[in-house]
Write a protein that binds this ligand. Structure first.
Ligand code: CMC
Length: 435
């Protein structure tokens, strides 16, 4: 590949021919090389397992610079966002591409709040779910189920100025489904949303209230949850977001796309890592607290063990979200779980890993999932609910990505190619003749 003297093209030298490859300019960060005509013109495909060097879209939602630990939503630095905005403002920012005025925020917040009640018939769906069912499975199928209750009128989803009603409904219904998935899983009565509470407070209320404890939401805890949701808001083209966009490319309905995204988030290399971190910390604590052995297992290529909550495809330095969450974990746990042995262990483990040659040479730092579970735990949530909370935070980002994909005139159905390595053509031997 020759990179340009010309500012508009690169040239790929294939021996017998040279392919001209146009640049796709970026407003910040790396530009693209438009190789979509590679196969039609040459018969070659691009082999890139994990898509490390593939950009399937242009996007104006999130900017991420992994070398310098920079994350911005619609241009605004994550540090400022976490300090000054609420999750509802961030949701508005993602969906409308602008910060709301006070009046716009009120209308938006009320639209969400007014849709938080699930159709009463949905209780039957939860009745059918066995106790101890994984809440992520209940969340994804519950959201999918909501398409059955969708109003059927046709909406102009191709109009950039029109926000489909499904967007508000999804933001509103998802916390109720999430909270009910928890209540179902622990076999407690379902709690209805309370119209007087804000978004994060409502989540805590529906998760925690029982007729016995008569739980009242603590505003400090509600703000901590709001910040966690904000920090999970969007993270450009990761596994679950790519799933949402991929499903959207076939023109599937919003709820179907989001339900697919939730399933993609579930795995322990992605959003499921927050659960895996707590389970890992607990195992270390239960097994003589030997941090040296843990790190040596993480270094060992023959051992499938990895230090959960460490490493990232894009960040090659400290994840800026992890920095904010670490501080929040200290603040919340100081009040709610002082001297938590898991927090102490997490800090020791982090320090030891950051000084370890292997972790340094591989640029492995704590990611967003390393400390978040400690806060969810202080909220009284079981580990299997942590990824559900991540999913609720990621909703506005997924919705914005779904809208962007729908409105993109260059978007096409996703249909990658492969490098076939199976057998060449062969003929079937009749069963009587097979040895
Ligand atoms: N512990 C030990 N070694 C690691 C780790 C880890 N957590 N992460 C990466 N490595 C090593 C890996 O073994 C490989 O070593 P070598 O080059 O010597 O073979 C090298 O670092 C590159 O790893 P990779 O698997 O090629 O990197 P990737 O970009 O494909 O994977 C990752 C990224 C996040 C899946 C991975 O770092 C990992 O498994 N981390 C633990 C799980 C985790 O915390 N996931 C949450 C990610 S952030 C939130 C989110 O995405 O939802």
């Amino acid at each position: 590949m020759t990179l340009p003297n010309s500012p508009e093209h690169a040239f790929l030298d294939l021996g017998s021919e040279t392919l001209e490859i146009p640049f796709v300019p970026a407003s910040e960060g790396g530009a693209g090389l438009a190789i979509n005509h590679l196969r039609p013109k040459t018969g070659y495909v691009v082999y890139d397992p994990g898509f490390s060097s593939v950009a399937p879209c242009k996007s104006s939602i999130t900017y991420l610079d992994g070398e310098n630990g920079i994350l911005r939503y619609r241009g605004y630095p994550i540090e400022q966002i976490a300090e000054h905005l609420s999750f509802m403002e961030v949701s508005y920012l993602f969906i409308h591409d602008a910060l709301p005025t006070k009046e716009q925020l009120d209308v938006f917040t009320n639209m969400v709040r007014d849709n938080m009640m699930l159709p009463e018939n949905m209780r039957k769906f939860f009745d059918a779910i066995p106790k101890n069912a994984p809440p992520m499975a209940i969340l994804s199928s519950g959201i999918e189920m909501m398409t059955a209750y969708r109003r059927r009128e046709k909406e102009p989803i191709d109009d950039p100025d029109f926000i489909p009603s499904a967007v508000y409904r999804l933001l509103a219904e998802a916390p109720t489904i999430a909270a009910w998935s928890h209540k179902t899983s622990v076999d407690e009565p379902l709690v209805y949303p309370d119209g007087r509470l804000d978004y994060a407070s409502n989540i805590l209320h529906m998760l925690t209230w029982t007729p016995i404890n008569n739980y009242e939401v603590d505003p400090v805890m509600a703000r901590a949850l709001d910040v966690l949701l904000i920090l999970h808001g969007d993270h450009e083209q990761n596994c679950s977001t790519s799933t949402v966009r991929m499903v959207a490319s076939s023109r599937a309905d919003l709820h179907a796309c989001i339900s697919s995204g939730i399933n993609s988030l579930w795995g322990s290399l992605h959003g499921g890592a927050n659960q895996a971190v707590i389970e890992m910390l607990q195992t270390i604590l239960d097994n003589d607290r030997d941090i040296g052995r843990v790190l040596s297992r993480a270094r060992d290529r023959n051992d499938p063990f990895r230090l959960m909550g460490f490493g990232h495809r894009v960040y090659k330095t400290y994840d800026p979200r992890a920095r904010i969450i670490k501080q929040a974990a200290h603040d919340v746990l100081a009040t709610y779980m002082p001297n938590d042995p898991l927090l102490e262990l997490a800090m020791e483990l982090e320090e030891a890993a950051l000084q370890d040659d292997y972790f340094q040479s591989h640029n492995l730092y704590p990611n967003v999932d390393f400390y978040s579970g400690l806060i969810y735990r202080a909220m009284g949530l079981p580990a299997k609910m942590f990824t559900v909370m991540f999913a609720i935070g990621r909703l506005p980002g997924w919705i914005a990505q779904w809208r962007e994909a729908n409105l993109d005139p260059e978007s096409r159905i996703v249909r990658p190619r492969q490098v076939y390595v199976g057998p060449a053509k062969r003929d079937i031997i009749p069963i009587e003749e097979r040895g």
